[in-house]
Design a protein around this ligand. Structure first.
Ligand SMILES: [Zn+2]
Length: 883
């Protein structure tokens, strides 16, 4: 039936109709609130190997305010027909693309409020280059179609309300060639042939999902069935490219155990009807994706080589647990908007590490975590994001998936868990999940749950770490002059040497202390809420022998002790501390050194002191400290530096050698990976280098000849002095090798030459070499002092081509990442050159500004660091005894 024209005329006076042919003004960032979906029915016709697909979607929706335009997200879709049906009958509409990401569905009248269904028929592209949105890849001659939608690329597969708060049921139907298999979030409801060698696969309707968690995969897959998973014993499969079932053995065997770990923690069963895990041969800028019921992983989920290694299994288990934990944290309860993506990502990173550490203490995950300074370095920059950075432009969404969200967020969660205790924190998580199951939540909701279980004030303290950048530097002074001993604490923002930021910031820092007096070891926790405060040491018997400020190494802060206390902690306290706590202590030294603070001699002497520690992780840290001097070492002092590296590690490196010994402990095997390549390259150890060259040649002929976890390092060490003929051999191998981890190793080798002429040849591989350019990015981003100029010249000469030919990721063009190739520069001249080159491109490349600002700050800080530390470094290295 038709609409009553009188009614229409009345409404039109209230709401402005777009003039015919007028340009629509699309939303700037978010869709308007006047229309929201309640259900989707998606019907797609796709054939892997073909570049186009066609589809239709019906969206049940509610119009809550009168409007004549319905805004949806759509990208690179061509519309064939569009109409709306409602109780008033069928209404014609026009689909008008606006900006890059939107489609305005316009009507020649004003829509009444109420329920309606929008019907859209369209076609789109199945990309061969992107690895998000809807895309396809070839393996073993077969084409496969995959999807990966988070955060903003579902709109390439169907027009939709592509924001996480629109969480509704979806029903997918796929028309595919009869001989292929198709998977989606839910089990198949019905499948039948439809002529022309095609079939229809209709999937069950999903539970409420945001668009970014919808997924499907089509191709000649093979399937490995695992044991049923979880309390509800739901079916579970690993879905692999044809012929690769045997490589999925590890993933299949651990899946039920990992789900059991999560169910025990969450206290609620796995929420979906099945668990499939599908392998995507090539992923760029993502490793895995937590699609509800259909988790996607890169090739690393599989073990293509004869002997799988424990290190690879650890990595796999960690990623699997991360993605599986999202089935609750992210999928069952979904972040309302991208400013809270940390709720998904920080939590998943934290719980994966926590549960694996409890299940496998021998993996030393906590100690490894406590030893890492990467996120602190990042967070010390004034250009770093906050965990809850407001989303002001579409590019801010893609940029939100960074180290701050994942690693800082995870560390802050761990700090508050340590403060309120693990059982209390777990209770808060369970409460939060039960309150928001199948819906959306915001940071405030988690903090409220935490307050209601742990007591008021904890949430407020937590939010001081969410809503401001940086991290506190705590000054600790022990005062035994009073009747009872007390600690004097003060805080400021940690800033690197040369930073233009302000130290003026106050967090509510949950500090947990360990200290020792005549009565033994004690611990206590306190929230330092002011710039300065004092803490009486409860029950102290006399002046403590030492006080350590980071019990369980859970703190997300740095510490400076006053001089006497530092010496006491270092000499008396450290041997009594847990390995993770010692790692955290050493991390403080490394942080200072890498950020241009303290003095070089103290830091390098500390590295020397711990370089033979029984704890492998601590020795690895000392390697990192010494390695971080590398950027400050000028050619004339390089022989002294190499000699220092050899003095610390060469004996151990030669004991270990490049090849594993029979029956050696896993820790011994792991220590090889840090020490041997370092002595070979930075230590310029001629014996290890020539061994690497021989082993690399042998490996190119026989891939079983090396421990697969060190093959990449061997190829890279061989490249340090590598000849053009070695380079050519690697190129040849890259062209013929099919196994993904071996390809990665070869590219590590190609990215490690130090001869600028060879580097130029490596860069030419990006264009027309036949090697997939998406795999070659380590050559751009992994340059060294000797090849940096060649890379920078290449980027400047080929910027437009790189930007168009390499895929965007998370809605951000490849070119926006390119400032990062210059982050290794350490002088004013290059700073200005980089700024000038990219300045003009800021307007046209979303996300570029943040990466440029960040890179320029890093160059400035390195310059300041060099000025502060170089004289002391030179003096220290010259003082080292000759061999
Ligand atoms: Zn994640």
């Amino acid at each position: 039936m038709a609409i009553n024209p009188k009614l229409l005329a009345g409404l039109a006076s209230l709401v402005l109709l777009p003039a015919a042919g007028a340009t629509l003004t699309p939303p700037k960032l978010r869709l308007p609130a006047d229309v929201h979906p309640s259900r989707y029915r998606v019907d797609l016709r796709l054939n892997p190997g073909e570049d186009r697909f066609s589809g239709s979607v019906e969206i049940d929706l509610a119009v809550t305010q009168q409007t004549s335009v319905i805004w949806l997200h759509a990208k690179a879709l061509q519309f064939v027909s569009v109409k709306l049906t409602s109780k008033d009958g069928e209404q014609a509409a026009i689909a008008q693309p606006a900006a890059d990401d939107f489609i305005g569905i316009t009507f020649d009248h004003v829509l009444a409020t109420g329920n309606a269904t929008l019907h859209l028929a369209y076609s789109g592209e199945i990309s061969r280059n992107l690895t998000d949105g809807i895309f396809q890849q070839q393996q073993g001659g077969d084409w496969y179609v995959f999807t990966k939608f988070e955060p903003v690329t579902a709109r390439r597969a169907f027009p939709c309300f592509d924001e996480p708060s629109f969480k509704v049921p979806w029903q997918l139907t796929l028309h595919v060639p009869e001989k292929l298999k198709a998977y989606s979030n839910t089990p198949v409801e019905e499948e039948h042939e439809e002529g022309n060698a095609g079939k229809v696969v209709r999937f069950q309707q999903t539970r409420p999902l945001p668009s970014y968690l919808v997924a499907f995969a089509v191709g000649p897959f093979d399937v490995v069935t695992t044991k049923p998973v979880g309390q509800n014993q739901v079916p579970s499969r690993i879905i692999v490219p044809r012929g690769r079932q045997s490589e999925a053995e590890y993933a299949a065997s651990v899946t039920p155990d990992l789900i059991a770990l999560l169910e025990r923690y969450y206290g609620t069963p796995y929420p979906y009807q099945k668990l499939d895990q599908v392998v995507v041969p090539l992923t760029t800028a993502w490793g895995a994706m937590e699609n509800a019921g259909l988790i996607a992983y890169g090739d690393f989920l599989l073990a293509p080589r004869k002997e799988d290694t424990e290190l690879r299994q650890r990595g796999r288990a960690n990623t699997m647990l991360h993605e599986m934990s999202h089935q609750w944290f992210g999928d069952l309860v979904t972040t309302s908007w991208w400013n809270d993506i940390w709720l998904n990502e920080a939590f998943a990173s934290w719980i994966a590490a926590k549960l694996l550490d409890e299940a496998h203490p021998d993996w030393k995950i906590r100690t490894e975590q406590a030893s890492r300074i990467g996120v602190l370095q990042l967070d010390s920059l004034t250009t770093a994001r906050k965990i809850r950075q407001p989303i002001e432009t579409p590019a801010d969404i893609g940029n939100a998936f960074d180290g701050i969200t994942y690693a800082k967020g995870s560390a802050v969660i761990g700090m508050f868990e340590n403060y309120v205790t693990a059982p209390v924190f777990q209770q808060a998580i369970r409460l939060y999940l039960s309150q928001h199951a199948w819906g959306n939540a915001r940071a405030e909701d988690l903090l409220l749950a935490l307050d209601s279980v742990a007591g008021p004030g904890v949430g407020a303290a937590f939010s001081t770490f969410l809503n401001q950048g940086g991290f506190p530097l705590i000054h600790v002074k022990l005062d035994c002059g009073k009747p009872a001993p007390e600690l004097q604490l003060s805080q400021e923002r940690f800033l690197p040497a040369g930073s233009e930021g302000s130290t003026d910031a106050v967090w509510q820092v949950p500090i947990c202390l360990t200290w020792q007096d005549a009565g033994g070891e004690h611990s206590q926790c306190k929230i330092l809420a002011k710039a300065q405060d004092s803490v009486p040491l409860a029950g102290a018997k006399g002046c403590p022998a030492w006080v350590f400020s980071d019990r369980n190494a859970a703190g997300y802060y740095a510490t400076t002790y006053d001089a006497k206390l530092f010496d006491d902690v270092a000499s008396v306290g450290l041997p009594k501390l847990k390995a993770a706590e010692r790692a955290a202590f050493l991390r403080g030294i490394e942080l200072n050194f890498s950020m241009g603070k303290g003095d070089a001699a103290t830091s390098l002497a500390a590295a020397q002191h711990f370089s033979h520690d029984p704890e492998r992780v601590i020795v690895d840290q000392t390697v990192d400290i010494v390695a971080s001097a590398d950027r400050l070492v000028e050619p004339e002092i390089r022989p002294n530096y190499a000699r220092f590296v050899r003095a610390l590690y060469a004996v151990r490196a030669h004991e270990l050698g490049w090849k594993p010994r029979p029956e050696e402990a896993e820790e011994t095997r792991l220590s090889r990976f840090a020490i041997v390549p370092f002595v070979a390259t930075e230590g310029e150890d001629a014996v290890l280098q020539s061994e690497a060259a021989e082993l690399a040649d042998a490996w190119l002929k026989d891939r079983g000849s090396l421990d697969e976890d060190i093959a990449g390092e061997v190829l890279a060490a061989a490249a340090v002095q590598g000849s053009k003929s070695y380079f050519d051999a690697l190129v040849q191998a890259a062209k013929t090798t099919k196994v993904k981890p071996e390809r990665d190793d070869i590219i590590d080798g190609l990215a490690s030459f130090r001869d600028p002429a060879i580097e130029k040849s490596a860069l030419q591989l990006f264009f027309e070499s036949g090697i997939d350019a998406r795999e070659l990015t380590p050559i751009l981003f992994g340059s060294n002092q000797k090849t940096r100029d060649a890379v920078w010249d290449f980027v400047r000469q080929n910027f437009d081509r790189l930007n168009t030919e390499l895929p965007s990721a998370r809605g951000i063009p490849f070119g926006s990442r390119l400032p990062l190739v210059t982050a290794g520069y350490c002088d004013d001249q290059h700073h200005d050159q980089v700024a000038a080159f990219f300045q003009d491109r800021i307007g046209s490349l979303p996300g570029l500004k943040r990466n440029l600002d960040n890179t320029l700050e890093r160059i400035r800080l390195c310059t300041a660091r060099a000025a502060a530390l170089k004289p002391g470094l030179i003096e220290f290295l010259k003082r080292q005894p000759a061999e």
